[in-house]
Design a protein around this ligand. Structure first.
Ligand code: XIL
Length: 314
């Protein structure tokens, strides 16, 4: 049985981020992406710098290709992401826009992108990584120029453009109960009070075996579940200091297991998505000095202990 097949029995989608270059070039990658998972997330191709590299010219080709791939394989799509501080086009970050202009640009972006994919996206990460670890809002172009109201605006514009998509706020380091997850919880309470259309909270789940696994994840997720919100693990990976060995792989398996069990213990947790499934293609070595081997399968697509741990949970 595949992870995706096992997940369906627990009413849970098991997803992966998809690297479009690997999908085009690597047949074993394509086979696993199609067969092992019941939902997909574009790793990069729905990000603003990709879809509107030049102002006013949209390129949806790669993202459309993934949506078609998902449809052909009976998979749902997590849209990622409408609003972030990273991977913005240069014309936007280097342009000198007034607050009014920037707000109109953001509104158009969200309206056009959510509109383009209308009816084809299961869950949108509308707002990504808005918080600092201390619980304050991140100092981004959005906060600086538009003020904290940009978050509510983004959700309202997304809902207008695609009323059926489930709208998520997504972040990292919010697995356990901490200053950041508490601030996010408080924000969501406030947004709901103001009738802002938000449906779910995405917990990225980028872990490292160098830190303790978030054993209080179910307590944290329950706080959001109690608000009636959906939750999801959206970008799970567990990196290890290189070189990897069997001890580190066991610690890694525990990290994955803690994340999935958090989801399984939470009533409205809808999906568990891994941020790539093979060590052959991963953002980790390029981002975290000296760390790697963060995925469920090794470079040759052999399953690691973490894979078995997930199947046993399901
Ligand atoms: C990463 C991709 O995996 C990389 O290929 C890209 O160069 C940078 O972004 N949090 C997120 C994801 O929400 O979009 C990021 O993806 C990883 C961290």
């Amino acid at each position: 049985d595949t992870l995706g097949g096992l997940g369906l029995r627990a009413d849970l989608r098991i997803g992966t981020a998809v690297d479009m270059a690997a999908l085009a070039a690597d047949a074993p990658y394509r086979a696993k992406a199609a067969g092992e998972f019941t939902s997909v997330t574009p790793e990069n191709v729905m990000k603003w710098e990709v879809v509107e590299k030049e102002r006013g010219t949209y390129d949806w080709a790669a993202a459309d290709e993934l949506v078609d791939f998902a449809r052909a394989n009976g998979q749902l799509v997590r849209g990622h992401t409408l609003l972030w501080h990273n991977q913005l086009p240069a014309w936007l970050t280097e342009g000198d826009f007034s607050a009014g202009e920037l707000r109109a640009i953001l509104r158009k972006h969200i309206t056009d992108e959510a509109g383009h994919f209308k009816g084809r996206i299961w869950q949108w990460d509308v707002v990504n990584e808005a918080f600092n670890d201390d619980g304050t809002l991140r100092d981004s172009i959005w906060l600086r120029k538009l003020g904290p109201g940009y978050i509510a605006d983004a959700f309202r514009w997304a809902r207008q453009a695609d009323p059926k998509a489930k709208l998520f706020i997504n972040d990292y380091n919010i697995e356990g109960v901490n200053a950041k997850s508490t601030a996010l919880h408080d924000l969501v309470v406030e947004l709901r009070k103001q009738h802002v259309p938000i449906d779910g909270v995405g917990i990225q789940g980028h872990l490292s075996v160098q830190y303790n696994a978030p054993h209080d994840i179910a307590d944290n997720m329950k706080r959001f579940d109690d608000l009636g919100l959906e939750t999801a693990i959206t970008e799970a990976d567990v990196r290890v200091p290189m070189p990897s060995d069997s001890t580190k792989q066991e610690a890694q398996a525990e990290g994955y297991d803690v994340l999935l069990r958090g989801c399984l213990l939470t009533r409205r947790c809808t999906d568990f998505t891994v941020w790539g499934f093979t060590d052959k293609y991963s953002w980790v070595p390029g981002t975290f000095e000296g760390e790697g081997a963060a995925n469920l399968f090794d470079e040759n697509y052999a399953a690691k202990p973490a894979y078995k741990a997930l199947t046993q949970d399901l």
